[in-house]
Design a protein around this ligand. Structure first.
Ligand SMILES: Nc1ncnc2c1ncn2[C@@H]1O[C@H](COP(=O)(O)OP(=O)(O)O)[C@@H](O)[C@H]1O
Ligand SMILES: O=C(O)[C@@H](CO)OP(=O)(O)O
Ligand SMILES: [Mg+2]
Length: 417
């Protein structure tokens, strides 16, 4: 039915088309017309900010009085009318983050109760939209962010800390906009779609407390200064009266699309989970074990089968290699699938940038590990050193899409024939 090359092409096609289904322009254009907005100040923040802003401009045009966009380096695609377009640091904030956030606050400070801020929010916003509380320096925030990212802490834990050190996170941006109104369109890259966790919830009441934040630092043994601890004790807002939020895209949507595409191609398809959140290498091995079950025992699905997973695994980085959670998951699966024919696994970050690399993820089969060994390389050593990027590069198993403009977690599909 499928030779290895056509199976690989099919897997890539399903992943790419599924990601296209959650492109921000489609999601914004479906929602905006229903909101009857006029004379808005547009603020777009996150990895998908540029495309969300462009789509909003195409729908609202002159109804937008002013537009400010801040996104990750390399993620803006030119001018949008007379909007102010900025790029800043991700996943660690930098000087441009601070400069742009000050500019946004300067704009919203001039608003009154008759004004509306159209807030287009997507993942990555925690690093791209930040102004630390008084007494906390950018350097301290940068150090804390890097330590938290490497610690294996979940995004919910990371953002619990970040919300308690910021003038714009944990609902404080909506507070600053008051008495003007915030209408927010949100692309979720957080499992369970918690609105106070996505991009650290700038326009949503914070469900976490100062105590929760201190507990996260203790749990991961992360040292901080006295001034940071004092800042954390300032509690975030728990109620907001000026916010309307619309969730316009998430990992469920991208998995639904993958399932229907796989079924169209004649596969028995099932979404196994949309909340995959364990260590990437364990996920890779476990998914490979289910793929073997289908291959040799036709369960839980009969061949030809498509297993679909959504979520956001974590990587506890100990080695000094380069990679990302999708690349690490793919390499781990490749090791477990070695020698098995008629299986392919593709794992991709929907934003197109997996970890600090230019890859979206990896696409592996039963020959990937063998290819590395034939070069005298040991796939397991690469995994141990968190060097999945180089292992997949050497074996021609990197998945490159370029920044996709969207950001709704990770999509993994396993095809078995
Ligand atoms: N060498 C590596 N191997 C595997 N994962 C890594 C490596 N370096 C960083 N990471 C992981 O990449 C994550 C950040 O990647 P990124 O794709 O930018 O996340 P997101 O898309 O959620 O912003 C970090 O949480 C870290 O755990
Ligand atoms: O900005 C953030 O807080 C997170 C979650 O929304 O996004 P990312 O993991 O892409 O940095
Ligand atoms: Mg990413």
């Amino acid at each position: 039915m499928f030779d290895p090359e056509s199976l690989k092409k099919l897997a890539i096609e399903i992943v790419k088309k599924s990601i296209e289904a959650v492109f921000p322009d489609r999601a914004v254009k479906e929602t905006l017309p229903k909101l009857n907005l006029d004379r808005v100040i547009l603020v777009a923040v996150g990895k998908a900010a540029w495309r969300m802003a462009k789509a909003a401009y195409e729908v609202l045009g002159e109804k937008i009085r002013k537009g400010v966009v801040v996104t990750k380096y390399g993620h803006s695609e030119g001018l949008i009318d007379d909007f102010e377009i900025y790029e800043a640091g991700h996943p660690v904030p930098d000087e441009n983050t601070i400069k742009t956030t000050r500019r946004v606050l300067e704009l919203v400070d001039q608003l009154n109760e008759n004004d509306t801020v159209l807030f287009l929010l997507s993942g990555g916003g925690s690093s791209l939209f930040e102004l630390p509380l008084e007494g906390v320096s950018l350097e301290e925030i940068q150090k804390l962010t890097s330590a938290l990212l490497k610690s294996g802490a979940s995004i919910e834990e990371i953002n619990t800390v970040r919300k308690h050190l910021s003038q714009v996170k944990g609902g404080r941006f909506a507070e600053r906009v008051f008495p003007a109104k915030v209408v927010a369109l949100v692309l979720s890259d957080v499992l369970g779609d918690r609105l106070d966790v996505i991009a650290s919830g700038p326009a949503w009441p914070d469900n976490s407390t100062s105590e929760d934040a201190l507990k996260v630092l203790e749990k991961y043994g992360i040292e901080t200064s006295e001034s940071v601890k004092r800042a954390i004790l300032q509690e975030t807002p728990k109620h907001l009266s000026n916010v309307e939020i619309h969730l316009i895209g998430n990992v469920q949507k991208v998995c639904d699309e993958a399932k229907s595409l796989a079924k169209e191609k004649g596969f028995n398809a099932e979404i196994i989970t949309t909340s995959l959140d364990c260590e990437a290498r364990e996920a890779g091995r476990f998914i490979a074990s289910i793929m073997k079950e289908v291959k040799f025992k036709d369960r839980p699905l009969k061949k030809p089968a498509a297993l679909i997973f959504g979520g956001e695994t974590v990587v506890h980085v100990k080695g000094n290699g380069i990679g990302g959670r999708n690349q690490e998951l793919a390499l781990s699966a490749a090791i477990a699938l070695e020698g098995i024919e008629g299986v392919i696994l593709c794992s991709a970050g929907t934003d197109g940038t997996d970890g600090p690399t230019d890859a979206a993820g990896g696409i592996v089969d039963g020959s990937t590990a063998k290819t590395l060994k034939a070069m005298g390389e040991d796939p397991y050593q690469y995994l141990k050193n968190n060097d999945s990027y180089n292992a997949l590069k050497k074996s021609g198993a990197l998945l490159i899409t370029g920044p996709t403009g969207t950001n709704v977690n990770d999509l993994i599909i396993g095809l078995i024939v």
